[in-house]
Write a protein that binds this ligand. Structure first.
Ligand code: C2O
Ligand code: CU
Ligand code: CU
Length: 523
């Protein structure tokens, strides 16, 4: 297809893409709307392909042997196995990282062992995590931001008994449970502009002017007038969202049901919630009395408190031997952002629309108990790690003042330990969504919080409603200190032994590629 034709087709597909598909074959898997679904256990190959070399847009294709599904939503039951091959058809190295999954180093896909262009890797893993929304994306150091921006971000919906019990209690219509991945891109003259960050973009992270949901601009989903369950991922490279819903000018209240690692113990009534890159929320909205609901990101003070960093772009050393995904060069005109192509962080942004159609469904009561998740408590061997998020005018944002080094292990953790990590962000900083590979954690306490996060700190110990759930990514605002508790036990059904390396990093992808990452080892 010619360039114009390709673009027109992909943008036209945007508005229409949203018919829910019939329930998949996999027994016990939920009906999920928002894209084409496939049971994880049926997938034999994941092909990582570049659909278009001019603009560099890419996609994951799931191949079951009989059908090929582009941009699939994978559905799994806790306990399922996943045996498949990843094929890298990009002109760059890649990996597939399973964000939020409890895996060995070999299956985590974190970038210790990238798949070269034209190469492949065998996956053999088990889904050990609670029901919830997880995702998979590239993690080759130096290429992560460009590849995720190009469209490589896939959703995995994991179901378990508590998850299924909630769906039954809400009597969800098939169109009313949506799994959505939200990202921002720069659109000019109807064209999604390729990834070409300036020094300023590397400092704040790459920001766009329009939102894509599951790969589509201007997404609209038809839903029935009953309970809605939305599982949302922030797949933006850098933008924090202050998520809210509107019917006309009126706010639409909602309930927070779950976070990164599954359901809360009880629903939390809210009118807005922060969702930073890589975080997920699971929400319920009663749509019985609305005709149309708009999901938006509200205006907020983004607290960008660091002066601009290094003003010349240093090309990442890993990139030297490989081309960019798009024809336009990544280190090309590293000048100012083009006018109109960037909506600054913290400005209002339209996300997607829900069009409510049909006869109202009978009312149902939201259960007051969603899961057996216990209240977070501090383990005895507390204070095991102290981590500082720093800023230097020479290097930009760093962890403990050390730029990332692939071969370096920052610290070791005893297998089986339950640790408290204290993570302090400098006052001269910006919000950093910090992500721990391989282990969920609980937020115990926040201190030194100012600005919009402070206003939402309604729970004990300065915590936000989202801090009540199981997390794998947590945003630490400038001047804030967070204490989190993680359990480094070996999974009961572990098929691996010995030292395993994992990563801890900022999920602002320009910060991650810009060296705001450290390795640690579980011994
Ligand atoms: Cu979602 Cu290390 O990443
Ligand atoms: Cu991860
Ligand atoms: Cu960061």
């Amino acid at each position: 297809m010619k360039r114009r034709g390709f673009l027109a087709a992909s943008i036209a597909a945007a508005g229409a893409a949203c018919v829910p598909l019939p329930r998949p074959d996999g027994a016990g898997l939920p009906a999920i709307a928002g894209g084409r679904t496939v049971p994880l256990s049926a997938v034999r190959r994941i092909v990582v392909e570049r659909g278009d070399p001019v603009l560099g847009r890419c996609q994951y294709v799931a191949d079951t042997g009989t059908v090929r599904i582009a941009r699939p939503i994978l559905l799994a039951q806790r306990g399922d196995r996943f045996d498949a091959t990843i094929e890298n058809q990009l002109p760059q190295p890649t990996t597939v990282h399973f964000h939020g999954f409890t895996l060995s180093e070999a299956q985590d896909g974190a970038g210790f062992d990238p798949i070269p262009p034209g190469g492949s890797k065998t996956l053999a893993l088990r889904v050990r995590n609670r029901g919830g929304l997880y995702w998979f994306h590239p993690h080759p150091h130096g290429f992560t931001a460009e590849q995720v921006h190009a469209g490589l971000a896939g959703l995995i919906v994991v179901a378990d008994e508590e998850d299924a019990a909630l769906d039954r209690a809400l009597a969800l219509a098939p169109a009313n449970r949506l799994a959505l991945s939200i990202s921002d891109v720069r659109v000019a003259n109807g064209v999604v502009r390729p990834y070409a960050p300036s020094a300023e973009d590397c400092h704040t992270g790459w920001l766009g002017n329009r939102v894509m949901v599951n790969g589509a601009l201007g997404a609209r989903y038809p839903v029935a007038p009953g309970w809605l369950r939305l599982q949302l991922l922030n797949a933006c490279n850098a933008r924090g969202l202050l998520l809210a819903f509107r019917a006309g000018d009126l706010p639409v209240p909602f309930f927070l049901l779950g976070t990164d690692g599954g359901l809360l113990s009880a629903p939390q009534p809210l009118d807005r919630v922060f969702l930073h890159p890589a975080e997920r929320v699971d929400l319920a909205i009663d749509a019985r009395t609305h005709r149309r609901i708009e999901a938006i990101s509200l205006e907020y003070d983004p607290r960008l408190h660091a002066p601009p960093g290094p003003m010349t772009m240093r090309p990442h050393p890993a990139r030297a031997r490989f081309p960019t995904l798009a024809a336009e060069n990544i280190c090309g005109p590293a000048g100012a952002r083009r006018a109109g192509e960037v909506v600054p962080e913290g400005e209002r942004l339209e996300l997607f629309s829900l069009v409510v159609e049909g006869e109202p469904l009978p009312p149902r009561t939201l259960p007051q108990r969603l899961s057996s998740l216990a209240e977070a408590t501090a383990p005895l061997d507390a204070g095991a790690q102290r981590i500082r998020l720093d800023f230097s005018e020479q290097h930009g944002f760093l962890i403990d003042n050390r730029p990332y080094a692939l071969e370096e292990i920052a610290f070791g953790v005893e297998r089986g330990a339950r640790e408290v990590w204290e993570i302090r962000n400098s006052p001269i900083s910006m919000p950093h969504p910090m992500h721990l590979h391989g282990f969920g954690f609980r937020v115990l306490r926040r201190q030194g919080t100012f600005g919009p996060a402070r206003a939402l700190a309604t729970e004990s110990a300065g915590r936000l409603a989202t801090d009540l759930g199981l997390k794998d990514t947590v945003t630490i605002w400038p001047n804030e200190t967070i204490w989190l508790a993680a359990d480094f036990a070996l999974p009961e059904d572990a098929d691996f032994r010995g030292r395993q390396r994992y990563m801890f990093h900022c999920h602002n992808l320009e910060h991650e590629d810009g060296m705001m990452m450290r390795n640690f080892a579980v011994l």
